[in-house]
Design a protein around this ligand. Sequence first.
Ligand code: SF4
Length: 441
Amino acid sequence: MQQAAAPKISFVSLGCPKALVDSERIITRLRAEGYELARKHDGADLVIVNTCGFLDSAKQESLAAIGEAMATNGKVIVTGCMGAEPEQIEAAYPGVLSITGPQQYESVLDAVHRARPALHNPHLDLVPPQGIRLTPRHYAYLKISEGCNNRCSFCIIPKLRGDLASRPAADVLREAEKLVAAGVKELLVISQDTSAYGVDLKYAESPWKDRSVRAKFLDLANELGELGAWVRLHYVYPYPHVDEVIGLMADGKVLPYLDIPFQHASPDVLKLMKRPAAQDKTLDRIKRWREICPDLALRSTFIVGFPGETDRDFEFLLDWLDEAEIDRLGAFKYEPVAGAPSNALPDQIADEVKQERWNRLMARQQAISARRLKRKVGTRQQVIIDEIGPTVAKGRSKADAPDIDGAVYLSSRRPLRIGEIVTAKIERADAYDLHGTVAGF
Ligand code: SF4
């Protein structure tokens, strides 16, 4: 008897690393059930679009992706952040098979089963124990919680994803251990608010190996640091207990890298933004962190042109940046998001002013970044190799997260492998990247 072909699914994943983790979970389940992934919409049995609904521009991108899937295939399932408010999708594409919000894995799978049932094959076990990942083999995102208890005025994530729901520590550690066993060299810890991890669980302990581990930021970071991979912490807010984690960085347990989305520095703007964690003594704390861990790299994002941001607020931000010496910075011009309370704030800023402030912020940051990187010339840095080119390899130091930060370009006498960690001698720096030679393996 001829075996029927496995149903093929084409998958589009849009949005942030958190959405990427959702996509990985859905794909892992589909592969376990015998579905195959298609490279193109055309010829696939179904298309799944995992959308992002954070900014209006992201919504437009999501709608365009759905439109393309409808035009080239016609059988389309939509999930992700934009699915939490389905009206817009239904209005534009009434033929979409199903629309679900973020983390609704079961509903997505139900919709897939309805549209194209899986082939039953009891011998099928196509899924490696660590699941399917969409990131390269040598690094992986590790989501430790969903949702958020804060209510920043420009953000609709709590509305889309609900309040903070942390995973038990042992669950996270088991996943991390599997990833490392499968060859992952770098774990990127993500959530909406990493330093709030476990608050909802009242820091409950869970059994891990011969001990119990509390669902607490410090305890989890400490245990992750035991697994033998680089551990990079994203989306950390400067709550007081973050100071303790700097000690783990100084001891080499987790990478000396903190991604803190400060968003602004002016107390008045921060108040309008309703940002979590008191940020008034942040400069002192950054100074102290760098005393404890001189290699600490700080990454942050900022919003310019938030309603009510005055010239003085903006100047305050520029001066603050000079003092804080943020190593890596992403800046966004404020964009109203449908449903966000900040839309109702008075004193919205004109687009030209936003653009001018954005340009000035980026220019200031470029100078700071260049200054900070110049200090690394002549030092030795560990570098993880991401890509091999014809003459140089592209990698990242401990101060660089994939996709968002700069790179280290290396020449080497012997061929390098992707995922390998080498010691490099840094010979040159430009505004965002470093250049050097491999000095040890
Ligand atoms: S901390 Fe603020 S910006 Fe971040 S997800 Fe929570 S509410 Fe949104």
